[in-house]
Ligand binder design. Structure first.
Ligand code: EQ3
Length: 319
């Protein structure tokens, strides 16, 4: 029996609870551009405090330095104009340059702009800006989310800005510095309910940023589906994606369930906590991995889901 990506996507679907993140992002998308920028500012002043400045790093900022220098030299009006163009994904030279930044360079770029705003070099919100009802509604929706979900909303808003933003097209990934690990992640992993060596090796490889080892566990046409994204298919595409987005993650799986299927393949669900180097130990994200392994023990498909609540960590058994 062969699996299609569509059939693999539905494994353990009865254990899944809809996430509030897409609905919150949809509310955000409906705001006017000034409201979007203001909302991100208000949200960030709450959450940004827990960012680990070391994650940004001078080396990472080198890619964004040219744009940041241009912006620093502009009048306040022009600075707002650039920010509006980025948020509107306008087809302008600056918005195009931003569009090819990697995810982490985009985050570092806005982190640095935020610092310039705090120092008064760039103004945070237009003078006389009045918070609209829409902004307070979205802000309230964000406050209801857990911290891992809040940083996901912030991240997705930043990543979607700029013209032609598309992770697959981001060009600088290979040259980018690795995230420094403050303390080494555990090399050996124990997950209650899981003895499968492929699963344990996958999680251990990510904790070592050893993406070659992680890729070797997939079938050549295997697929990885990140939270709220389409599946990424094949060795090269997955490796490129991991290099861009999985660096420095701290993976702390807790429990799992493994079920053999009649044709010798296996479906496995693991839940646990993941920390991003951007927030370190300050924010833990509640995550599930849903794996489909072929009879040879290779990964045909893995979906990474952002859980709707910590209770979901225990939601393993299909009903
Ligand atoms: C300056 C300011 C505030 C004002 C202005 O008006 C507008 C903007 C945009 C501003 C700035 C905002 C800033 C600086 C926002 C920064 C946000 C950050 C740093 C967010 C970072 C979030 C990181 C997340 C959510 C990472 C999640 C990673 C996960 C879940 C990884 C999972 C994976 C696993 C577990 C695998 O097994 C495979 C790989 C994969 C990567 C999918």
């Amino acid at each position: 029996m062969t699996f299609t990506i569509e059939s693999a996507q539905s494994i353990f679907s009865s254990t899944q609870v809809p996430s509030p993140i897409p609905a919150t992002l949809a509310l955000f998308e409906q705001l006017s551009v000034d409201d979007k920028l203001a909302l991100l500012w208000y949200a960030y002043t709450e959450m940004g405090r827990s960012i680990t400045p070391a994650a940004v790093g001078v080396a990472r900022l080198q890619f964004a330095e040219g744009l940041l220098n241009q912006i620093k030299q502009m009048s306040t009006d022009d600075q707002f104009q650039v920010m509006r163009e980025l948020a509107n994904r306008a087809d302008t030279p600056i918005s195009r340059s931003y569009g090819v930044f990697s995810v982490n360079t985009k985050l570092a770029f806005w982190y640095e702009l935020g610092e310039l705003m705090k120092q008064g070099i760039v103004a945070p919100v237009p003078a006389g800006y009045q918070m609209s009802r829409g902004v307070s509604i979205v802000l309230e929706a964000i406050k209801q989310l857990d911290p891992g979900q809040q940083i996901t909303v912030l991240r997705n808003a930043v990543v979607d800005m700029g013209f032609g933003s598309d992770v697959a097209k981001s060009v600088q990934t290979d040259a980018e510095p690795l995230f420094p690990r403050t303390s080494p992640a555990p090399a050996k992993i124990a997950v209650e309910g899981i003895t499968d060596s492929t699963i344990l090796s996958y999680l251990e490889a990510l904790n070592k940023d050893d993406f070659d080892a992680a890729i070797a566990l997939f079938t050549p046409d295997g697929a990885l589906q990140p939270p709220f994204q389409k599946p990424i298919v094949g060795y090269e595409a997955i490796k490129r994606y991991m290099r861009a987005e999985a660096q420095g993650l701290n993976i702390m799986p807790q429990q799992g369930i493994s079920e053999s299927l009649p044709n010798g393949s296996k479906q496995v669900k693991v839940t646990g906590i993941v920390q991003t180097p951007w927030f370190g130990v300050n924010v833990g994200m509640n995550i599930a991995w849903r794996f489909l392994l072929n009879p040879e023990g290779k990964i045909v498909f893995v979906a990474i889901d952002m859980l709707a609540s910590p209770q979901e960590l225990l939601n393993l058994r299909p009903v």
